[in-house]
Design a protein around this ligand. Structure first.
Ligand SMILES: Cc1cc2nc3c(=O)[nH]c(=O)nc-3n(C[C@H](O)[C@H](O)[C@H](O)COP(=O)(O)OP(=O)(O)OC[C@H]3O[C@@H](n4cnc5c(N)ncnc54)[C@H](O)[C@@H]3O)c2cc1C
Length: 116
């Protein structure tokens, strides 16, 4: 893979779309699943045993699943342990779905990414 990328740099002008395609093919070969869908909401779960500053005990809710809408309009739920918001200029909106910027304490700080 690295040799392939170096070859592109040395012998050709780098084509960003080809590089992105190469990364994607490698990720798929390592087990990544790509799903073409819009993130529309997060589901939360109550964490009875977690204590958070500024919140009454037993009221904290953590992110649990992401709901996505596929191209044929189907809603699917994706369970995750860790989520990375990488929605480009729309990241502020997706962060709001995760209550970032609308909650209390640390969650009161919004993600300062807005479309220009
Ligand atoms: C016209 C233009 C020209 C540019 N030229 C250059 C350049 O020459 N060199 C350079 O280095 N940078 C350039 N940039 C900047 C570069 O494109 C961005 O910095 C880079 O793409 C950001 O990458 P990203 O992965 O954070 O976001 P993006 O590439 O924007 O990817 C975010 C993805 O999230 C998806 N998404 C958004 N909301 C949701 C949702 N709710 N559910 C599911 N998916 C969602 C979007 O559809 C998109 O595919 C240019 C930008 C523009 C607009």
């Amino acid at each position: 893979m690295i040799f392939h990328v170096l070859k592109i740099f040395i012998f050709h002008r780098l084509h960003p779309w080809s590089l992105l395609g190469a990364f994607k093919r490698k990720a798929i070969s390592l087990g990544t699943t790509y799903l073409k869908a819009d993130a529309v909401a997060f589901e939360f779960k109550n964490m009875q045993d977690v204590m958070v500053d500024g919140m009454s005990n037993g009221t904290y809710e953590s992110l649990d699943r992401l709901l996505v809408k596929t191209e044929d309009g189907e809603i699917q739920a994706i369970k995750f342990a860790v989520v990375v918001i990488a929605a480009g200029a729309n990241s502020g909106n997706v962060a709001r779905m995760a209550r970032i910027g609308t909650g209390s304490e640390a969650l009161s700080v919004p993600l300062p990414v807005v479309p220009r």
